[in-house]
Write a protein that binds this ligand. Structure first.
Ligand code: AP5
Ligand code: MG
Length: 188
């Protein structure tokens, strides 16, 4: 299965993907993790991305598309993957559809983790990643609302969206994720 997880910063996309990797036996592709690895390695891509990430802004689409295309073409993604933090803009979603179309593949489902802002801020303050300070976090939330939230409608129109409540323990949410996957499978 090819599944996308969408949600604001701190919604639990990475946390749920850790569980889904074992459940679905497909690799976890997090563009945020890929970018942080590129920054740590000091590659040209990493250096270019670091500036945007530190400001809480999205990295420009062409840079992301290069990164993801290479990864999606790897042999371990042939039978599916978990997309965490990608796509994040309508052009990224259109490009993903094209890329998969050309290979007679498609997105099987999109899971939205819905979490109120107060809880996101609470989780962010407890974690302290480099881009987890209140000012930058507010910008990351704003970029989700303006650039990424329109994707919910995009996938809803394709009949692929399952929205779930992202409040509760990680295990409770994982049960909801599995139920959403069953629904998506049944309806496809
Ligand atoms: P990215 O790394 O994707 O960050 P994000 O979307 O801001 O989301 P997070 O990783 O902060 O949160 P998450 O939803 O994974 O939650 P997590 O499981 O960690 O992107 C970082 C940056 O890279 C972007 O700002 C952008 O600049 C760039 N970028 C990445 N992809 C891009 C793209 N496609 N296009 C352009 N730019 C891109 O959980 C958060 C915390 O809460 C953790 O501490 C966790 O332990 C805790 N937690 C999880 N679940 C629960 C729960 N149920 N209850 C309590 N605590 C919980
Ligand atoms: Mg994450």
């Amino acid at each position: 299965m090819r599944i996308i997880l969408i949600g604001p910063p701190g919604a639990g996309k990475g946390t749920q993907c850790q569980r889904l990797v074992d459940y679905l036996r497909v690799p976890h592709l997090s563009t945020g993790e890929m970018l942080r690895a590129a920054v740590r390695a000091g590659t040209a891509e990493g250096l270019a991305a670091a500036h945007f990430m530190a400001q809480g802004q999205l990295v420009p689409d062409p840079m992301i598309l290069g990164l993801v295309t290479k990864r999606l073409e790897a042999a371990d993604c042939r039978d599916g993957c978990l997309l965490d933090g990608f796509p994040r803009t309508l052009p990224q979603a259109a490009m993903l559809d094209d890329l998969l179309d050309c290979r007679a593949m498609s997105v099987d489902g999109v899971i939205e983790l819905a979490v109120p802002r107060d809880e996101l801020v609470h989780r962010m303050l407890a974690r302290k990643r480099e881009d987890d300070n209140p000012e930058i976090f507010a910008k990351r939330i704003a970029s989700f609302e303006v650039q990424t939230a329109p994707l919910l409608d995009y996938y809803k129109r394709q009949g692929k969206l399952a929205s779930i409540d992202g409040l509760g323990t990680a295990d409770e949410i994982f049960n909801r994720v599995r139920e959403a996957l069953r629904r998506l499978k049944r309806d496809s």
